[in-house]
Design a protein around this ligand. Structure first.
Ligand SMILES: Cc1ncc(COP(=O)(O)O)c(C=O)c1O
Length: 413
């Protein structure tokens, strides 16, 4: 008689999985009222009071002086690079593990993304790989604070500063996170955040650049607002911005209102996530061969976009991660597919290497490729309740305790 549910044994988690955590994005009456007020006011865009209020509050939260609110977290990266003078043919260093937008934003400017490998514990850009990838053409470095871990900002900045290369932090996953006492996005010249539907702060779509440099703040604003400075009305005389190809990358007051409400609860949210992630870490530490993504040595508090479990081969009998996930799902807890594969494999990023449209430093990124095959992960909102983590721990313990059964199942597949 088999124990694992995948082989006909009793299912461990009896509740419907979707009832174990709040659905995302969050909704509440207070926000609905605030939205109604803006709707009736009619100040829907163009540097409206709701946008300005949110920009200031968000920047301040992360320790920066200025915020520039935008359409999404890809345009923010593009404008940050553009404001820093990245031009066609320049090189921009990005990590292998990221959403394709980080690299594509460089491509949009005609620059060449140079893809470097990640650290096996934090899953963030490996500073030593960055050091080795720098050439005279390198004009920006973009560490990504991946999922729930902060890239090593001191090491990356030390290397970047030694070469006079600006750093743009891609904080699309790191709302509210701090590294060594300073907010995410305030370490580099510019911090870029996304507010896309699944993010820890979400307005469906949206993004923001934060910076403490007034000149950069002005340039980024011009870039997103078709060349108008703050406060200049459409149709009013203005000075054409020199050398900047400006866009309409504006967001709306509605998004700002939603985000201002969420910002009030951000600290509480990520503290809850951190406590429950720490609980899970402790609960599963006796299972050999499964570890959680490390938050990074000076990350406190840690932001969370998702939570990742890395199955280190041998104790799990090298069973493919899809089969481990299948077994967990049969027990009532589908964990999820885990990290993206290396960015150079992303379908939209299928550029022509021969034409030099991107460059992978040092051959393929072996750490990223390997971890992709061994990582499962779930969205941040699954971290909301300790009782849900207790269930996940019980499922992992059960699967490990019956690993022989699962090995046979995998072999027969
Ligand atoms: C790491 C990272 N950078 C940039 C982006 C782009 O953000 P957006 O989807 O808002 O354009 C995303 C995700 O969506 C992301 O995960």
């Amino acid at each position: 008689m088999a124990n694992l549910a995948i082989l006909g044994g009793d299912k461990l988690v009896k509740e419907e999985f979707s009832t174990l955590f709040p659905q995302w994005p969050p909704r509440d009456e207070e926000t609905a009222e605030a939205l109604k007020k803006v709707y009736m006011d009619g100040a829907w865009s163009f540097n409206s009071p709701s946008e300005v209020e949110f920009e200031q509050a968000f920047a301040e939260y992360h320790g920066a002086r200025y915020g520039i609110f935008m359409a999404n977290g890809t345009t923010t990266l593009e404008c940050a690079m553009s404001a820093l003078g990245v031009k066609p043919g320049d090189e921009v260093i990005v990590p292998a593990l990221t959403w394709m937008a980080t690299a594509l934003a460089a491509s949009y400017l005609g620059a060449i993304p140079v893809i470097v490998d990640i650290e096996p514990d934090t899953l963030c850009m490996d500073p030593e790989q960055v050091r080795a990838a720098i050439t005279p053409k390198t004009k920006a470095i973009i560490p990504v604070h991946a999922y729930g871990s902060t890239a090593d900002m001191e090491k990356i900045l030390e290397i970047a500063d030694a070469h006079g290369i600006p750093v743009i932090e891609d904080c699309a996953h790191m709302h509210g996170g701090f590294w060594n006492g300073r907010g995410a996005g305030s370490w580099g010249k510019v911090g870029s955040f996304s507010f896309q539907q699944s993010k820890t702060m979400s307005s469906g779509e949206g993004g923001i650049c934060i910076t403490s440099d007034p000149e950069l703040a002005e340039k980024i604003y011009l870039l997103k607002h078709i060349g108008y400075s703050r406060g200049v009305k459409q149709g009013q005389a203005r000075k054409a911005p020199e050398g900047l190809l400006c866009h309409n990358y504006r967001a709306t007051a509605f998004q700002a209102v939603i985000l201002s409400q969420q910002l009030k609860n951000l600290k509480n949210l990520i503290d809850t996530y951190a406590a429950n992630a720490a609980f899970l870490r402790e609960e599963i530490k006796d299972i050999p061969g499964v570890r959680m993504q490390s938050p990074g040595r000076l990350s406190e508090p840690q932001g969370y976009y998702s939570c990742h479990l890395i199955f280190d081969g041998e104790p799990f009998k090298n069973i493919p991660k899809a089969v481990i996930n299948e077994a967990c799902a049969a027990e009532g807890f589908p964990i999820g597919n885990g990290t993206h594969g290396p960015v150079y494999n992303a379908s939209l990023f299928n550029l022509d290497l021969a034409k030099g449209e991107y460059r992978i430093h040092g051959g393929r990124c072996a750490v990223c490729e390997e971890l992709f095959t061994r990582t499962l992960g779930f969205s941040h909102n699954v971290l909301t309740h300790r009782s849900t983590m207790e269930k996940l721990s019980a499922v992992l313990h059960k699967v490990y305790a019956n690993i022989g059964e699962l090995e046979q199942y995998a072999a027969a597949k």
